[in-house]
Design a protein around this ligand. Structure first.
Ligand SMILES: [Mn+2]
Length: 357
């Protein structure tokens, strides 16, 4: 195994027994980090995905049932993907835009599926974080939360939360079970990507408790027309460079579209990497997917953006953001070239267009 891949699939060996005993051991520390006098705020990363939504919902349930504290779930950016919106609406999960949160009304600030220094959230830098639970690699410079649980051997934070709920002896209400199932399923792409035995076991145990009809409606939502337009644009600008799809979509209506297109391109026959870029509200968003073990997605995208932005992710999927005020107008091209060099490709390769006119 190559160096610098400590976080990827080779390490995903968590067993259900380990996961369960570890959750039991950590549970009291988690609960002790909560100020029971005031409501709790739980923050997901920006453009929350099903795993972050489900795990925030699970943390809310745990705190309600064990401590009887009130809590809110807050997110930055937008809930863009139709399936994520359907998840929130059909499961009745209340999510507050972080811009509406008055931080001083909450006694405990929790981050879930993200960490302080990742740059993929909208939490003020000086906010004291009591609880951070995540499965992405720990940032070397992560500010310490009172309680931190970062374990990269799990394919989903939803899996970690499942074991906390189990460790606390709590039942899984149907909607929460449905949310967690979708969370695990989507972060591991149906248990195929970076899933450990503990993820699989959690999935199997949650499965009979979930509402599968509701899950199907969430996973196959109605799609707005503008989505098809964005799709069309992404196809038109996409190019194939020696096993690498690159698509710079220009301005996108919501940043989630960038990740969605990266997911769309990666199954392409002959492609091992898909990098999609899009601009929204002064920021450039990048999303990388890989099908190869040769380059770790998280480490690669971090090197591509370097000091110019923030990056995060793991073995097979990663994202980054750059502030466009600090970048040149040719930033898309610069990043594309740097990315190809990172992969050991010639940046001057003439690309094939994906769609023949
Ligand atoms: Mn996740």
């Amino acid at each position: 195994m190559a160096e610098g891949r400590a976080s990827d699939s080779g390490d995903r060996h968590a067993t259900p027994a380990e996961a369960e005993s570890e959750a039991q051991r950590l549970l009291e520390g988690l609960l002790a980090a909560v100020d029971e006098e005031l409501p709790v705020a739980i923050y997901t990363h920006d453009q929350p995905d099903p795993d972050s939504i489900a795990s925030a919902y699970a943390l809310q349930h745990l705190l309600t049932r064990r401590l009887e504290v009130d809590s809110i779930i807050a997110f930055g950016g937008t809930i863009g993907r139709a399936t994520n919106r359907a998840m929130v609406e059909l499961l009745g999960i209340r999510m507050h835009p972080i811009s509406t949160v008055r931080f001083d009304e909450y006694g405990t600030h929790c981050m879930i599926d993200t960490q302080p220094e990742t740059g993929n959230h909208s939490i003020p830098d000086d906010l004291p974080i009591a609880i951070a639970i995540d499965h992405h690699p720990t940032r070397p410079d992560t500010r310490q939360a009172t309680f931190t649980d970062v374990r990269t051997e799990f394919g989903a934070t939803s899996t970690m939360m499942f074991y906390y709920l189990k460790g606390a002896g709590l039942d899984l209400p149907t909607k929460l079970a449905t949310a967690l199932l979708i969370g695990i399923k989507s972060d591991t792409r149906g248990l195929e990507r970076e899933a450990s035995e503990a993820d699989l076991y959690a999935y199997l145990e949650i499965f009979p408790r979930a509402d599968l009809t509701l899950m199907a409606r969430i996973e196959s939502p109605r799609i707005p027309q503008r989505y098809f337009e964005a799709f069309h644009e992404a196809l038109e600008v996409s190019a194939l460079y020696d096993g690498v799809v690159v698509a710079d979509m220009g301005v996108v209506e919501n940043p989630d579209m960038v990740a969605e297109m990266a997911d769309f391109f990666i199954p392409l026959d002959g492609a091992d990497y898909a990098l999609v870029m899009g601009r929204n509200k002064g920021r450039l968003y990048l999303s990388l997917r890989t099908r190869s073990d040769e380059h770790d997605a998280g480490a690669t995208i971090a090197r591509v953006v370097g000091e110019t932005g923030t990056a995060g992710g793991h073995g097979k999927m990663a994202g980054a953001q750059i502030n466009l005020d600090e970048a040149g107008s040719d930033v898309g091209d610069v990043l594309r070239r740097r990315f190809l060099v990172e992969l050991g490709k010639d940046p001057d390769t003439k690309p094939q267009t994906l769609i023949r006119k």
